[in-house]
Design a protein around this ligand. Sequence first.
Ligand code: PGA
Length: 264
Amino acid sequence: MTSSRTAIIAGNWKMHYGPKDASDFAMELVPKLGPIMRQTPRLLCILCPPAISLSAVREIIDSMPSPRLELGAQNMYFEEKGAFTGETSPPMLHELCSTVILGHSERRIYFGETDELVNKKTLAALKYGLRPIVCIGENEIQHQAGQTEQVICVQVQGSLANLPAQHVKDVVIAYEPIWAIGTGKAATAEGAGNVAKLIRQLYCSMYGDEAGNAVRILYGGSVTSNNCYGFISHTEIDGALVGGASIKLDFAEIVRKTGEMIQQ
Ligand code: PGA
């Protein structure tokens, strides 16, 4: 973290909790987040439940408002409306959410999303006033082969191409090495920080230093309340995208530790 950027802790619930369970969990979680959020102005917290549970969680957040506690989706299509069975459009999400996660590795691996598609979605999110959290990261084989830098360059240049100048600072990038997701084998803070630095340099070369210094870069991959401190205290890392630990009350502990760090 550096004091010039607002930290973000986002929870990706993945395909967990339908409307009823999401509501019950949010009823427990949101009251724990409220006091932390009120004390920490430079922190943003985003809950990203499955699409079908967005309304349920929206209701809980609205019934117990906390500053900078927002709602995000996990995916969307780039068209505004039309014959796209099963998809959700940016303006539909915008009725409920501030944010959308795009290009998560699970979308890329299981649903064939390419940098080109992620780019279209990113442009659409910005057009309709949603904050995109664009995920990138190398897989285990690429990691072992020392290809991380190369993979990250291709993903940044592809997924984040042609962004409109007025929105370049609104994008959030999540560095999520695939080998660290859901495995319990988190990257080291130093390793993740080095890649975050590379991402920032690439972003600076694409959109200028001002945008590069403003863009938020999160780390994701087996983040828990035990290891979050190391990531968040690294100057190049502006927060975390949390999967498994976000569907437990441990998430509040991650947010609390982040808040504590920021206030130091
Ligand atoms: P994890 O997932 O925290 O369970 O590793 C992170 C993510 O997929 O965003």
